[in-house]
Structures are given as structure tokens and as C-alpha cells.
Design a protein around this ligand. Structure first.
Ligand code: ADP
Ligand code: ADP
Length: 214
């Protein structure tokens, strides 16, 4: 099964992706995480992507499609995968179709602009593992430290309020057209209230997956 999580920054895609990938034993394909790894490794792609990401703009479709196609050739993707934050443009969705990579189900996580900013400004991450916290909504056991390794948590460079507002605008303009794109396709589509609790959202997604398989 191939699953897409669609939704604005802060909607909870990464948080939910971690549960569902564990449940289903499928890899999480987060293009944001892949780009951040390239930046950490200091590759040419990373250097180019860094400036774009710091502005809140999108990396080009060609680069993203190249990364995703290469990732999908790995054997762990054979049983399926969960796309988290991809596709983000109609061009990227067309690219999947053209490569005959069929998607089974889309979950759209919806969140108001006001909540997006609160979610993003309080987000903290443990970079090596990708574990996600929130200073108010999902705090670590010890302030600013990862629950498992006790290593420090960090705030992403692009999680400042100014950049978040730019990212939301980019979402509305370039990514939101994918809502109708997938609603008008044969792919199963679920709208999820991103303002519910983490557990409620997890249950809705699990139910959606069961009904997709039926
Ligand atoms: P996305 O991947 O869509 O950008 P994240 O999963 O990183 O979103 O979540 C953004 C922030 O909101 C994180 O700090 C996370 O801990 C928090 N969060 C995620 N889901 C919820 C929820 N249902 N209720 C409250 N806070 C949440
Ligand atoms: P969030 O979880 O907050 O939605 P991501 O980690 O998915 O953010 O993405 C961070 C940044 O990486 C984006 O603002 C964008 O610059 C870049 N990026 C990630 N995925 C894509 C994609 N599919 N297409 C273009 N740019 C992307």
C-alpha cells in the first residue's frame, strides 16, 4: 500500500507517519528529512536546498522526483511506503503517475493558520532519530532533551514565525491544488481534523487504512 499524507506545515504529518510506519512496517519517505540529511552531509544538493528551505520555498520538482525515484528503488519500499510531505506540487504528482507509481490512499490533515503557527513555533526535534516534540502539546520528560537518548532537542531553522507564514502561503498556492487533484482521481481520500488529539487522529487514520484494504 502506498499512502500520502497531505497537509500544511505543523498539521501532524510527521508525528502520525511515525506510528503508521511502525504499525505497517513500511518506510516513511519524508522529502523534508531527505533534504535535511543532504544539508547535514554537505552535498551539492544540500547546499542548494538549504537556501531555498530557509526562505520557505519549494525545491524544484526535478530534484525532488529524482530523490524519490532513487529512494523507491530500495528493497524496503517493495511492500509500500508512506509519503510524508510529498508530492507538494501538481508537477510532482504527475511525476509519480508518469513513473507508474500508483498511490492507494491520501489522508489530508487539516489545520487553521493560527494553529499552524502555534504548532510550528513550539516544535522541537531530536535530529538523529527524527522524534518530534512540542514544548506545550507534547513536551519531553526533561526540558529540551530527547526522552530516549537524553540528547538535546533543536528547533528547525525554518520554524521561525516569519518563515512559517511564507511556508503556509506556498502550501495554499502550490500544494493545496493537490486536494482537488486527488479528490477527482480514483485514489481513496480522507479528510482528517488536524486539531484533534494525536490519539484520535491515529485512530481515524488506522480506520481509513482498514477501509481502504476492504
Ligand atoms: P508536520 O510534519 O505536518 O509539519 P509535525 O508532526 O512535525 O507536523 O507536528 C508539528 C508540531 O505539532 C510538533 O511539535 C508536534 O509535536 C505537534 N503535534 C502534532 N500533532 C499534534 C496534535 N494532534 N495535537 C497537538 N500537537 C500536535
Ligand atoms: P513540514 O514537515 O513542516 O511540512 P518538511 O520537513 O516536509 O516541512 O519540509 C521542509 C522544507 O523542505 C519545505 O519548506 C521545502 O523547502 C522543502 N521540501 C520538502 N519536501 C519538498 C517537496 N516534496 N517539494 C519541494 N520542496 C520540499
Amino acid at each position: 500500500m502506498r499512502i500520502i499524507f497531505l497537509g500544511p506545515p505543523g498539521a501532524g504529518k510527521g508525528t502520525q507517519a511515525q506510528f503508521i510506519c511502525q504499525d505497517r512496517k513500511i518506510p516513511q519517505i519524508s522529502t523534508g528529512d531527505m533534504l535535511r540529511s543532504a544539508i547535514t552531509e554537505g552535498t551539492k544538493l544540500g547546499l542548494e536546498a538549504k537556501k531555498i528551505m530557509e526562505r520557505g520555498d519549494l525545491v524544484s520538482d526535478d530534484v525532488i522526483l529524482g530523490l524519490v525515484r532513487e529512494r523507491l528503488r530500495q528493497p524496503d519500499c517493495e511492500p509500500g511506503c508512506l509519503f510524508d510531505g510529498f508530492p507538494r506540487t501538481v508537477g510532482q504528482a504527475d511525476g509519480l503517475n508518469e513513473a507508474n507509481i500508483a498511490v492507494d490512499v491520501v489522508f489530508e490533515l487539516q489545520l487553521s493558520d493560527e494553529l499552524i503557527v502555534r504548532r510550528i513555533s513550539g516544535r522541537r526535534v531530536h535530529e538523529p532519530s527524527g522524534r518530534i516534540y512540542h514544548i506545550e502539546f507534547n513536551p519531553p520528560k526533561v526540558d529540551s532533551l530527547d526522552d530516549v537518548t537524553w540528547q538535546p532537542l533543536v528547533q528547525r531553522h525554518d520554524d521561525s514565525e516569519a518563515v512559517v507564514r511564507a511556508r503556509v502561503e506556498v502550501y495554499r498556492e502550490q500544494t493545496a491544488p493537490l486536494i482537488d487533484y486527488y479528490k477527482n482521481s480514483s485514489v481513496k481520500y480522507f479528510e482528517i481534523d488536524g486539531d484533534a488529539t494525536v490519539e484520535e487522529i491515529r485512530t481515524s487514520i488506522r480506520e481509513g487504512l482498514v477501509s481502504t484494504e476492504a
